[in-house]
Design a protein around this ligand. Sequence first.
Ligand code: C2O
Ligand code: CU
Ligand code: CU
Length: 483
Amino acid sequence: MAATIPPPLTRREFAALLATVATSPWWGGCRADISSPSLPPGARPLPRPGSISSLTVLVARPGVARITPTLTADAWTLGGSVPSPTIRTRRGEAFGIHLENQLPQATTMHWHGMLVPPDADGHPRNAVQSGSTFHYSFPVVQRAGTFWYHPHAHHHTALQVHRGMAGFLIIGDEEEDALGLPGNEREILLMLQDRGNSLTDGFTYNPTHADMEHGMLRSRVSGNAVPDAAVALGPGPYRLRILNGSHARVYRIALGGGLPLTIIGNDCGLLPAPVTVPSAWLGVGERLDCIVDLTGLPPGGKVMLQSLGFATAGHGPSQNPQGIEMDLLELHRIDGVGTTALDLPATLSTILPLPPPVTTRSFAFSSAEGEAAHRISGRIFDMGRIDLQVPLGQCEDWTFQNDSWLPHPVHVHGCHFQIVSRTGGRNEVFGYERGWKDTALLMPGETVTVRIRFDAYPGLFLLHCHNLQHEDMGMMLNVEVTA
Ligand code: C2O
Ligand code: CU
Ligand code: CU
């Protein structure tokens, strides 16, 4: 892959490209659409984030989140809306985002799951100070998939995501086009976050000591920043892309009424083959790409997308514990014209297994009581320290061992990996974890081995727990990819 990467755009090339982009109202007018005439009165529509291209200016600034047509909450916005607008691009296209930081504090932007040069990765050392701008520019070299973007500011990632800054980043390509998957109004983007316990308290970040230990857990789940949201589906297939953008919450996604879930993709694109399961685990940072079809339900019927309950190791917080059963999104079957049923091929994509590893490394994730307590192999993040060096293009096996009673969703920047094994705890690699991943969920007692190869760029990347409180407190390492 390394040999085929074109050089990133220069500032001048980007300016020229930007001038050719249609003047859509991207600097403040990109509102999420919260209307849905087809829902019954009283239902709260799931917002549809507006879309922007990958060549644009993105302003970060204080603004409002619109929860209902009459209810707003103070928030921090990217591109003028909460959730942040959906960036849509395709493999082979140029990505050039000019970030303007009008927030009262420093930020950086991270393109989660994207293969980007180190200086465009949003590493906290590349802080964009209040009042400054930063230019993120690179070619889109990877295949289609459901990605996302969020701030990665030193010690302030949780605060900034909580204030409303996070959006989808959708990549398309020809392989996916050929499948004829549902699109446009038949594509539903769902960012799950347990923000608050009431309708409008979801944007003030006031973590308690318990929050800093367990990660912040709340009782009410919002879809695209709206609590208890609903969506209307006519007959025929829909594509439901789910992102866990929470602080710490692990979901066990299932459709009510015993309807199975058909999963076609995960973190970094299509699975080798569709997988139909009764439920699927989704740790923070992970994505699931699903096909949902309510044709079998009578018009007026509804089904709940839920998170099933699960047992935790017994040390959970007393309030809003991990593992409680939760309602995520109400799906209303409405009348309408169906498109023909989707004929999913048995093979969605060809995924070559990585070759055997040249070397292996292991990382222990531990949490003790207290605040400076979340460590990887005994270490707390130090921005100036290189924790490991990995040769570009070398295949390795990395073993992540959870030595604590808390879930740790482990995420690596700058590459995609394949999950090889999981022992302890759930003790299996699920079908929907095949293919390419950028985040692996470690429940308590689990050891997960991933096969990993940094193919794209040398330079400084990160390995961290995506529990945002754990990350902010330093459960993160600097990985230097050497040329
Ligand atoms: Cu989604 Cu390093 O983060
Ligand atoms: Cu990332
Ligand atoms: Cu963690």
